[in-house]
Design a protein around this ligand. Sequence first.
Ligand SMILES: Nc1ncnc2c1ncn2[C@@H]1O[C@H](COP(=O)(O)OP(=O)(O)OP(=O)(O)O)[C@@H](O)[C@H]1O
Ligand code: NI
Length: 307
Amino acid sequence: MSVLEVEHLSVSFTRYTGGLQQQKVEVIHDLQLRIDEGQIVAVVGSSGSGKSLLAHAIMGILPGNAVMTGSMRYKGEPLNAARQAALRGHEISLVPQSVNYLDPLMSVGAQVRASVKHKDPLTEQRKVFERYQLAQGVERQYPFQLSGGMARRVLLSTATISGARLIVADEPTPGLHHEAAQETLRQLRELADEGCSILMITHDIESALHIADKVAVFYAGTIVEVALTADFAGDGQRLRHPYSQALWQALPQNEFKPIPGVQPLPGELPAGCLFAPRCAVAAADCCDKRPDMRELRGGTVRCFHAS
Ligand SMILES: Nc1ncnc2c1ncn2[C@@H]1O[C@H](COP(=O)(O)OP(=O)(O)OP(=O)(O)O)[C@@H](O)[C@H]1O
Ligand code: NI
């Protein structure tokens, strides 16, 4: 069953360019995504491509000056602002990218306990702190007293304890040492195996492949491919989009081959396919029109020539 469906999502900001001049800049374009029950979908892609904005759009916490179009459905029903507010922090939980999301004036134990709805808050908080190896005294501490890794485990505790059915984890592992990061990923997989759906944003493709069911590849504000985890293998021939293949080949453990050029900035996008200027196999039509998302070999791709 599909838990989250995102259809034709676009997000823009209004930029003031001196005086009364305004410019509308679109940062997410016509994005499609679907997550099924108990599935982990990893979202990978370069910095500034719009991954966190996607997370914030799903949670309903985009900044006030953002304009969103398109639609989202959660468990088959429209996910509008009112429903997002009702489900946020309980059924749908965010592990934010920045530890600055913690309230600096509240002990971390109290913050985590605030997410417990039906059970005993203190018992649940202590259980989850034990699970994430946070010593008992930590519950009385304030965010500024914690290391980055500890703060991150507090954020994870909040999402885990909330009983969420959908967790949006925005870079859950940076700042954790290798073992703690692996343990966190294992715990996310465990939650998914218990039926929770997880959207995991990450820079670490290699780790994501250990736990994800599908991988969504983000480029310049849209998802260009949704691949099966098994497609990331060998020289990447099973991947559908030239950018996914280039990203895979750029990894140190593969060919370590850099991708020429840079990702276009929002507001300066090419008219055709967003990847065309850097694509080794782009043809004339790629520069004129933007390809739609289409199904291919059990995944989806936004490329005219993928086969
Ligand atoms: N409040 C805002 N106003 C205007 N533009 C914004 C705003 N927030 C984000 N953007 C722009 O949206 C784009 C996407 O940002 P986002 O934070 O989603 O990227 P990201 O993929 O999460 O990057 P990273 O991997 O570094 O976390 C960036 O170009 C950024 O400049
Ligand atoms: Ni981000």
